[in-house]
Design a protein around this ligand. Structure first.
Ligand code: URA
Length: 193
């Protein structure tokens, strides 16, 4: 069993916060185990809770289409996880205490994957991982290096669905990501041909 599979097994029985009581499924994360690029969202919605897989609803389908446009996919070359692994009821933002209770799982996932780039999808992930003062509207697409890992925050796909005029900005962030991958991720860049 891989380290990630073993971590998933442990995570599936987590009861560290009250979200455990209302979940249908723990949404641990999905992708390739040698991913150099890790995407992080905020937390599962209804579709993710029902299936146990992140980003499978309308926002996730948009994300997959945009990723395909720059040669990335969860089946081939990236990993996708969330700040919290269980659905906050009614799709509210995960509360700071819930994030605190859950963040260790993401830390352990990151320690196993050792990604070269982390892309934060939306404000919650960017504030938690990059900078508590992160402003998505102003700082999306900008890379910063923290602890030897390149990090970037971009618009959350659900926000793009609500406001389609943001799609061009979000896609430009993915084009910048592709350039960064070519610069720092030898293995993933091979997928680009
Ligand atoms: N939104 C998120 O932030 N994560 C998911 O997994 C689904 C929707």
């Amino acid at each position: 069993m891989s380290e990630l599979t073993s971590l998933r097994q442990d995570c599936l029985s987590c009861t560290a916060c009250p979200l455990a009581a209302t979940r249908q499924n723990v949404v641990f994360g999905v992708g390739v185990e040698d991913a150099e690029v890790l995407f992080v969202g905020e937390g599962p919605g209804a579709n993710e809770d029902a299936t146990g897989e992140p980003f499978v609803g309308a926002a996730g389908q948009l994300l997959d289409r945009m990723l395909a446009g720059v040669g990335l996919s969860r089946q081939k070359n990236i990993y996708i996880g969330n700040i919290v692994k269980c659905r906050p009821p009614g799709n509210r933002d995960p509360q700071p205490e819930e994030q605190d209770a859950c963040i260790g799982w993401l830390r352990r996932q990151t320690a196993i994957l050792r990604p070269k780039i982390i892309v934060c999808l939306g404000r919650i992930a960017a504030c938690r991982i990059i900078d508590p003062e992160f402003r998505v509207t102003r700082q999306h697409g900008q890379f910063v290096q923290k602890n030897g890992v390149w990090m970037m925050g971009t618009l959350h796909p659900a926000a793009i669905l609500r406001n389609p005029s943001q799609k061009a900005d979000a896609f430009a962030d993915l084009v910048a990501l592709r350039d960064k991958i070519e610069a720092v991720c030898e293995h993933t860049a091979l997928w680009f041909g």
